[in-house]
Design a protein around this ligand. Structure first.
Ligand code: NAG
Ligand code: NAG
Ligand code: NAG
Length: 243
């Protein structure tokens, strides 16, 4: 399930510039190899609100939950909902078409019932989002549904989104990201600095591209190291703000 859960997380966006749709996007570089199986520590849970299915792992009695992450999180209860309801992107699809029926804003609204259900048994919830999921995480961070978020190489994220985030936010960008380039990430940082309302941490990882934290060349030591560092930063942020 390890690699499959990554597939849920690392999704795509499309550049629409002056009416031209550029179908090649860093979001779809390094697609996951679904024949590789990670260590299956969790299970698939059915019967969640609104027909959600999710991959869950970690102690079910834990009072802190993380939504959307992979299965390596120690004492947290980790939930990886299938935000695509069984219809993920794949290379035989046209990205811009797929996105029309997979809006991250709608996905965040759709997930409200899921968060409400999780909240019944937990004190706090964190959301980690990658790419497409970064936008989902930002949308959720505008609500009372969570306490902390981490966005890794987000896509579709705007300055206005950052102005509305209510919770401690960590943003992990990449020097070579063409989807949300470093200049954009630094604008997010500037907005958070000026707001002076919520804790934030922004870091741009050198010599890596969009997707580096979740889909990377596993035989390239630098790529592996960068992804491990991103994971460590995310966990530190959750440890600090998931009470
Ligand atoms: C890609 O998605 C289409 C549409 O859902 C599906 O019919 C097809 O089987 C998928 N291909 C792969 C390789 O998963
Ligand atoms: C990052 O960009 C630099 C400069 O353009 C390039 O030399 C390097 O190969 C790129 N690395 C990755 C991982 O994209
Ligand atoms: C992955 O990394 C290895 C070692 O650096 C390199 O030889 C190989 O070409 C890379 N593969 C891809 C698809 O970039």
């Amino acid at each position: 399930m390890g690699s499959t859960s990554m597939f849920f997380l690392c999704l795509a966006m499309v550049h629409v510039a002056a009416g031209t749709v550029h179908e090649h996007s860093q979001c779809i570089d390094n697609p996951p190899d679904l024949s590789l199986r990670g260590v299956e520590a969790g299970k698939v849970m059915d019967g969640l609100p609104r027909g959600f299915r999710a991959y869950v792992t970690g102690p079910s009695h834990s009072k802190q939950a993380i939504v959307l992450a992979s299965d390596v999180y120690g004492h947290y209860y980790v939930v990886v909902p299938d935000f695509f309801h069984g219809d993920p992107y794949n290379d035989s699809r046209i990205l811009s078409e797929w996105l029309k029926s997979h809006s991250p804003v709608e996905a965040a609204q759709d997930a409200k019932a899921l968060f409400a259900a999780l909240k019944k048994d937990r004190k706090s919830i964190g959301v980690g989002g990658y790419c497409w999921g970064g936008k989902v995480a930002a949308e959720i961070a505008k609500t009372e549904d969570v306490e902390v978020v981490v966005l890794s190489h987000p896509s579709l994220l705007t300055n206005d989104d950052i102005k509305e985030v209510k919770w401690p936010i960590e943003i992990l960008g990449a020097q070579n990201d063409t989807i949300t380039p470093p200049e954009q990430v630094l604008q997010f940082k500037q907005i958070l600095k000026e707001r002076m309302e919520i804790p934030y941490f922004v870091k741009i990882f050198p010599k890596v591209a969009h997707g580096f934290a979740c889909r990377y060349n596993t035989t390239d030591p630098f790529a592996v190291k960068s992804a491990e560092k991103a994971l460590a930063y995310m966990l530190d942020w959750f440890h600090k703000y998931l009470k």
